[in-house]
Design a protein around this ligand. Structure first.
Ligand SMILES: Nc1nc2c(c(=O)[nH]1)N[C@H]1C(S)=C(S)[C@@H](COP(=O)(O)O)O[C@H]1N2
Ligand SMILES: [Mo]
Length: 215
């Protein structure tokens, strides 16, 4: 290429390679970034449809399906439960990843335990406002890290990011983390949720690039 001094190799790096080089230069372990993703400091907003508005006391959460006794709890009850504050990397299937996001909430498994999951239960569907749903195995929503979150970076979650309450399941693509969560339904088989019916992978492991059907 004109202008390159003799002996200097001109490497044309694409956006993703450059982003990965920058991440290494910043001292991050590149193994944290799944294949095909780029790191961003921004917090993109991604959802279908409107952002719901709740008056005081209007939001509640139901645990239903294959449970011994379905429960419905409000925000104050949720906040009175034992909570955890955890820092995660999140990975959206549209290829952005964000490192070190900090969430406070209640472990999903503690909520499920209150309702008493029946032995036949193998999967959970997260039901969000306006009919958004997403499905995952019971084992994936009962890890130490799977939470029903009500705070982000120590503040109430902004409505656009799912406030007052959203799921965060950090080891799967972020579409598996429903914003404006309203119900957790225990099922005895895997049933496709909103995006899973529309081409997205049933499981969605970012490190195996399970973006679409057949990946
Ligand atoms: N209720 C609801 N939850 C949702 C979605 C949605 O459309 N509706 N989109 C999912 C997708 S694809 C992503 S990447 C994340 C985006 O969360 P954010 O807007 O806080 O970044 O929310 C997930 N949860
Ligand atoms: Mo996403």
């Amino acid at each position: 290429m004109a202008g390159a001094p003799p002996g200097v190799q001109t490497v044309r790096m694409g956006f993703f390679d450059r982003n990965r080089q920058e991440l290494i230069a910043k001292g991050y372990d590149p193994a944290r970034l799944p294949p095909g993703q780029y790191l961003t400091d921004r917090f993109p907003v991604l959802h279908v449809g409107d952002v719901p508005e709740y008056g005081p006391g209007e939001w509640d959460l139901t645990v239903t399906g294959l449970v011994d006794h379905p429960i419905t709890i409000g925000l104050d009850d949720l906040k009175a439960m034992p909570s955890v504050t955890l820092t995660f990397d999140i990975h959206c299937v549209t290829k952005w990843s964000k490192f070190d996001t900090t969430w406070t909430g209640v472990r999903v498994r503690d909520l499920l335990a209150q309702a008493g999951v029946q032995t036949a239960g193998t999967h959970v569907i997260e039901h969000a406002e306006f009919g958004y749903t997403t499905n995952l195995p019971l084992a994936d929503i009962t890890t130490d890290e799977a939470i029903v979150a009500y705070a982000f970076e120590g503040e109430e979650i902004e409505p656009i990011h799912g406030g007052p309450v959203r799921v965060v399941v950090p080891h799967l693509y972020f579409w598996k983390s429903a914003k404006w969560l309203r119900a957790l339904e225990v099922r005895d088989a895997d049933h496709a949720g909103f995006w899973e019916r529309n081409g997205y992978h049933m499981y969605g492991d970012p490190f195996r690039e399970q973006r679409h059907w057949g990946d």
